[in-house]
Design a protein around this ligand. Sequence first.
Ligand SMILES: [Zn+2]
Length: 122
Amino acid sequence: MPDAVEDIIATCHCGTVTIRLPKAPSEITHCNCSLCRRYGVLWAYYEIADVVIATKRPTDTYAWGGKNVDFHRCFDCGCVTHWYPRKSSRTSLGVNARLLDQKLLSAADVRYKDSAGTGLFH
Ligand SMILES: [Zn+2]
C-alpha cells in the first residue's frame, strides 16, 4: 500500500474550477504589479505536469503586456484561479494560493515581489 497522501485542492468559490496540487506551497508570492495588486492574489508556482486543473465550464481569460501568460478566472463566480503560459516551452504555472484552505495559506512564507519597482523580491 502506498502512503496515504492528503490531496491538496485549490477551488474557486463556487467549485466550478478545482486545481489539484502535488503538495501544499511552502512559499507564496505577493506581487505588486498593476494586475496582481488589482486581483489581490497570492501566487504559488508549480510544474504544469504536477498539477491537474478541472473545470465544469471553460474559464474566462485575460492577457496583458507581452501576453506571455493567460490569467484564468471562473466563469461562474469570477475568482482568479491561475495563470498559464502561452509558450509550450515554459513548464511552470501560477496557482492563486488564496483558493487554498486558510490553514495552508497561513502556513506558507509570503515573499514580496516588487514588480512595480525594482522587479526584485524583498
Ligand atoms: Zn467558481
